[in-house]
Every structure is written in structure tokens, then in C-alpha cells.
Design a protein around this ligand. Sequence first.
Ligand code: A3P
Length: 318
Amino acid sequence: KKPQNEIVPVYQVINGRKYPRILPRHILLDALNYTPEKGDIFIASYPKSGMTWMQHIVLLILNNGKQHQDHMEFIRKTPFLDAMGSQAIREMPKPGPIKTHFPFHLVPYSSEAKYIYVARNPKDNCVSYFHHHLMFPMYRFQNGTFNTFFELFVTGETISGDYFDNLMSWYPHRGDHNVLFVTYEEMKTNIREVVLKVAGFLHEECLEMLKADEELLQRILYYTSFDYMKKTVNRDLESFFKTNPLKFLMGSTPPGLRAGILNAIRLGDLKTPDKPNFIRKGIVGDWKNYMTEDQSKRLDEKFLKVTQGTDLPQLWKE
Ligand code: A3P
């Protein structure tokens, strides 16, 4: 039985799936209709699986280790299709990584595009997503509890759909010629190998370049290390959120973002986190600090049922 006055996150439903309230409906529908171009590179994941980390890796490989200046440049170079729409993709410098949280059956697909999927074990994913909800005032969940969020997660009622649907939609494609399936945990244990694997997947020449230039590889590893990203990504986000939104409405802001800001103004949801802690803890096993034995057992049971016959339980034994 639900406790009285339970605080639940505020979402909206479009086409039967839950999304953040400020997401303009027409932008989402337009994003779903994007037709990929030959050579497009998508990074797909369930939210909080290590997407930002992978975006940085791909950007740095494609830009010879050169960093972007600020958050606006980052999202122009690696736009979020679902929230920014197809125009942002047409205007981005290519080749560049396109961020999406769509499951395989919704993602704009072409056999001539490439897809990197990042998966994270469900327990840490749940905890990270919980913190994400606490961080962004638009969810109106700042005083929400982990128990409430856990129930949403385990029953597939969170935004961007069910974690298990997302994972299991991509998993069968892990051997496809144009799909690279990577786990967060693999990135944690052997990031050097993952960077080389990603480079080879992007282009043989990218791999050759990194193999021939250890200094470049080291620079990429440094810029994508947890400590460096915690400092710079959180700082860039903080100054992005502090910018007067009217400035974005007047400048050459991607139309999806502009529509999102207008929507936020309309809904009274313009408040942004004061100190975004987007790059938060970055560890494997943080769930142990949050889940009760019963919650852990329930998520294990669901996970084992859904992933039966796959090697996923082997990947995430912990
Ligand atoms: P935690 O909340 O567990 O710390 P996404 O980018 O998909 O939203 O994922 C965010 C999660 O990835 C956060 O997890 C964040 O700390 C973690 N992360 C981001 N960059 C990382 C890095 N360089 N090393 C380890 N974890 C990283």
C-alpha cells in the first residue's frame, strides 16, 4: 500500500511512454522520424548508464583529442536527438556522436549508420537515476525517497521507458556489424581497451592513429577520467544553467532546445540545479548503500527472468 502524500516524480506521457514534462511533443515526434545519413554515429543507452562518458570518448577520438570549450559547444557537437530534434542533427559537425535513449525498435535505423550501446547493471543504474531525479527540480522529486523511486524503476514506470525493455531491445543486436555493445563496468575495469575498441569501431584509421600516438591516447584517457570529468563537466553544466535562458532564446540555439526552454517557462519549470552533480560518484556497487535486501532480491529476480538465456548475468555477477 502506498504511503499517503507520497512524493512521485512529475512526468508526461507521449505515445504511451514517459518523458520529462518540458520535452516538446513535436520535437520528440520529429526525432523519432529522423532519417539517418550514411556514417551517422549514434550512442544509445538507458539514462544513467555512462552516456556522457562515452560521448566524451567518441568526441575526443573524432577531434584528435581536442576538447570542446563549454556545454553549449558540447551539445552542438553531440546533440541529444530525443530532446533536440532532427534539425540539431542536421546542423551538427559530422562525423560526431548523436545521443539517444530510444530502445532499438524506436531508434532511427540505417544499416549504414553505427550504434554504440552502453549498458549498466540495473542496480547501480537505478541508484544513479534516483539521484538524477533529486537533482533536477523539474521532476518535483527533491524530497522523494529511494523506496518510491525503486518501485517505479522495478516496474518500468520511469521516464524513457523500462530499463529492461531498453537493454533487451539492444542486446540481440550486439553482434550486428554496425552495433558495438559496451558495458559501464567494462569501462570501469579497462577503459584503455574500451577506447581502442570504440576507435576501431568508428574507423580503422582512428585505431591506427591511437596506436601510433600514445600521448594522444593518454590525453583522451585523462580527459575522460572520472576526476577530470567530475570537475569540468559539473562546472560547465553549472555555468550553462546559470545563463539567462532568454539569451538562449535570442541566440542561434538549436530549435529543440529553444522549444524546451519555452515549454519550461510555460510550465513554470525553469528552475535548474544550483550545483549540478551530474558526474556524481562513478563507482560499481553503489547500490549496496541504498537497496534493502528485499529490494536487491526483487531486482535480481526480475533481472534473471528477463535476461534468461543471455550472458548478461555473467557480465554483472556482483
Ligand atoms: P553515478 O550517478 O553512479 O555516479 P549518464 O551520462 O548516462 O547520465 O550516466 C551518468 C553516470 O555515469 C553517473 O553515475 C556518473 O557519475 C557516471 N560517469 C560519468 N563519467 C564517468 C567517468 N569518467 N568515470 C566513471 N563514471 C562516470
